[in-house]
Write a protein that binds this ligand. Structure first.
Ligand SMILES: Cc1cc2nc3c(=O)[nH]c(=O)nc-3n(C[C@H](O)[C@H](O)[C@H](O)COP(=O)(O)OP(=O)(O)OC[C@H]3O[C@@H](n4cnc5c(N)ncnc54)[C@H](O)[C@@H]3O)c2cc1C
Length: 495
C-alpha cells in the first residue's frame, strides 16, 4: 500500500455535532432506553451487565455533550473508525464537550466497572479507540486550538486533528512535530510518541509536550507537567492512553516554513538497490532539517516503484545544496522536489476521514538500513500491488532524548520499518492478515521493538516493548488505574 492510501481518518460527528450543545440535545433522540427497560452492556472483565434506564438517563442529563445508544440515528456513523476493519458496537457513546463531561463519563464507567474505549481522532490501526458493548468516551467533536505566538505554545483540545493545530500555528509561522496525515488525531499520536517531518529537527510530538490536562481513573482532572504530577507527565509521553483521558494538550512550537523543500524522488525497479544503498549512506550524515522516508509497492500500476519522499525544514538555499547529491546520486524516474507550503506537505497524503478499506499493518524499529535488510526486502518480501513497505527516517533530535527520560524508550533506532496493506472486502480479512504476517516473519529479525501506535501484538511483546521503563510504568498504573479501566491501548497491566 502506498503512503497515499494511509489516507487520514478521524471520526467527524454527524451534522448535529456542529450545533451548540443545548440544540444538539433538543434535536437528538432520547438516549435513554424505554422506561423500565435496561441497557445491555459489557464489563471490564467481559461479562454482560444491565444498566437501569434511569441511570442512563441521569448520565445523559449530566453531560453537556450528547449520549448515544444504538437506537440513535447517527449511532452507526459515530461508531465508525478510520479503519473499516473495526466494526464494534459500544452500548453507550458519550460525546464529550470538555473535561467535565470526560470526568462524568470516567466516573460512570468506573462505578459500573464498564469496559471503556477513548477516542480522539479515531485513527488507531488496531481499533483501540472503539469497544464492543462498553462505553465509548468520545472526544471527536473537541477540536479547539489556541496559539500563543509570544510564548510559542499552543493549547489543543483532546479530539483535535493534526490539521487543526498546523493551521492555527502556521498563521504565525509556527508548528510542532505531528504526523503526516492531517486528519489524524493529535491525542493518540502524541501519547504514543508522534513521528513526522519535524521529528528529526525538533523531537517527537510527545517531546514537545509542555503540559496536559488529564482525567484519571478516579475521575479527577489533573494538570501534568514537569513540575505538577511529574510522574504522570513522564508516563503519558509514550505510555499511550494508559493513564487517563487528556482533555487538553499544551505544545511547544517552533519557527517552520511557511515554505519547505519537499517532494518525491521516484526510482524504477532497476534502481531499487542502488537507491536504498545510496540513501542509507547519505542518511548517516544528513542534517536534522532533512527527513526522507521510503515507500515501496502498494498501488495498482506502480508495482515495484520505490519512492523517497523528502522534506527539508530549514533555509531553502541551504536545503537545495543539501539535497543536490541525493537528487543526483541515483537515476530517478521522477523528481518532484520543490519549495512548497508546509501546510500542503502536511496534507499531501490525506484521504477521506473514514477509509473505505480494511487496513492492517506490522512494524518495528530497525537500527539501520543494512545490505542484509535490503536483500531480505528485495528477494524475500518483494513489495507488490498488495503489500507496501515504508522505511521511516528517525534519529536526529529523537535520539537526543534518553530512553528513560520519557515512557518511550526507543530512541536510538534510525528507521521504522512498516509493512501494510488494505483491501475492500471484509471476507478477505483473515487471509490478508496472514499474508502480511508471513511477509513480516521474513524481516522481523532485523527489528527491535515497535511503535505502540501501530501494532497490536500479544501482551508479552507489549510488556517487553516498554523496556527499561516497564517497572516504573507498572507502578504508576497500579497507583492511578488499579482496575485497568484504560486498557484498550498497548496495555500496561497493573498486576
Ligand atoms: C492513515 C494513518 C496515518 C498515520 N500516520 C502517522 C504518522 O505520520 N506518525 C505517527 O506517529 N503516527 C501515525 N499514525 C498512527 C497514529 O499515531 C495512531 O493511529 C494514533 O493513535 C492516532 O491518534 P488518534 O487520536 O486518531 O487515535 P484514536 O484512534 O482516537 O486513539 C488511539 C489510542 O489513543 C487513545 N486516546 C485517544 N484519544 C485520547 C485522549 N484524548 N486521551 C487519552 N487517550 C486517548 C485511545 O484510547 C487509543 O488507545 C497513522 C495512522 C494512520 C491510520
Amino acid at each position: 500500500m502506498q503512503r497515499r492510501e494511509f489516507c487520514k481518518s478521524a471520526v467527524i460527528g454527524g451534522a448535529l455535532a456542529t450545533l451548540p450543545a443545548p440544540l444538539m440535545r433538543a434535536f437528538a433522540a432520547d438516549p435513554a432506553p424505554a422506561a423500565g427497560a435496561e441497557l445491555q452492556a459489557v464489563t471490564l472483565s467481559g461479562k454482560p451487565t444491565l444498566i437501569p434506564a434511569a441511570a442512563v438517563k441521569e448520565f445523559g442529563a449530566n453531560l453537556r455533550g450528547t449520549l448515544l445508544t444504538a437506537s440513535d440515528a447517527d449511532y452507526d456513523h459515530v461508531r465508525r473508525l478510520w479503519n473499516k476493519m473495526i466494526d464494534r458496537r459500544p452500548a453507550l457513546i458519550a460525546r464529550c464537550s470538555g473535561a467535565a463531561d470526560i470526568a462524568h463519563a470516567v466516573s460512570f464507567a468506573r462505578e459500573r466497572e464498564l469496559l471503556v474505549a477513548v477516542r480522539g481522532g479515531g485513527h488507531s490501526f488496531p481499533g483501540y479507540s472503539m469497544c464492543e458493548g462498553g462505553l465509548l468516551i468520545d472526544l471527536s467533536t473537541m477540536h479547539g486550538v489556541r496559539v500563543d505566538p509570544v510564548a510559542r505554545t499552543a493549547q489543543v483540545a483532546g479530539g483535535a486533528w493534526l490539521g487543526d493545530l498546523d493551521w492555527e500555528a502556521q498563521q504565525f509561522g509556527l508548528a510542532t512535530t505531528l504526523g503526516q496525515i492531517s486528519n489524524t488525531g493529535v491525542a493518540g499520536l502524541t501519547l504514543g510518541g508522534g513521528y513526522g517531518w519535524l521529528a528529526r529537527r525538533h523531537g517527537l510530538a510527545c517531546d514537545n509536550l509542555v503540559s496536559a490536562d488529564l482525567v484519571t481513573a478516579d475521575g479527577k482532572l489533573r494538570h501534568v507537567s514537569k513540575t505538577e504530577n511529574p510522574d504522570l507527565f513522564w508516563a503519558i509521553r509514550g505510555g499511550g492512553g494508559n493513564f487517563g483521558v487528556v482533555s487538553s494538550f499544551e505544545y511547544r512550537l517552533h519557527e517552520v516554513g511557511p515554505k519547505v523543500l519537499a517532494g518525491d524522488l521516484v526510482y524504477a525497479p532497476a534502481q531499487t538497490r542502488d537507491a536504498l544503498e545510496y540513501h542509507a549512506h547519505f542518511a548517516a550524515s544528513a542534517p536534522r532539517e532533512l527527513s526522507a522516508d521510503f515507500s515501496w509497492g502498494g498501488a495498482e500500476g506502480e508495482d515495484g516503484d520505490l519512492t523517497l519522499s523528502v522534506c527539508y525544514v530549514g533555509d531553502l538555499k541551504v536545503g537545495e545544496k543539501v539535497l543536490q547529491p541525493l537528487r543526483a546520486g541515483v537515476k530517478t524516474r521522477a523528481d518532484t522536489i520543490h519549495a512548497q507550503d508546509y501546510l500542503a506537505v502536511q496534507r499531501q497524503f490525506d484521504g477521506p476521514p473514514l477509509s473505505s478499506r480494511n487496513s492492517y499493518l506490522k512494524g518495528g524499529y530497525v537500527a539501520d538500513v543494512t545490505p542484509a535488510l535490503i536483500d531480505a526486502l528485495m528477494n524475500e518480501v518483494k513489495p507488490n500491488a498488495f503489500l507496501s513497505i515504508i522505511l521511516e527516517h528517525c534519529g536526529g533530535a529523537i535520539s537526543d532524548v534518553a530512553p528513560t527520560a520519557t515512557a518511550l524508550a526507543h530512541r536510538s533506532e534510525q528507521y521504522q520499518l512498516l509493512m501494510a496493506a488494505s483491501w475492500t472486502d471484509a471476507a478477505d480479512n483473515d487471509v490478508n492478515r496472514a499474508k502480511i504476517h508471513a511477509a513480516w516473519d521474513k524481516v522481523s529479525k532485523f527489528t527491535s521493538g515497535f511503535y505502540v501506535n501501530l501494532n497490536s501484538p500479544d501482551q508479552k511483546a507489549v510488556d517487553d516493548n516498554y523496556g527499561p521503563n516497564r517497572a516504573r510504568l507498572v507502578a504508576l498504573k497500579k497507583e492511578y488505574d488499579p482496575a485497568n479501566l484504560f486498557r484498550l491501548n498497548a496495555n500496561i497491566r497493573p498486576a
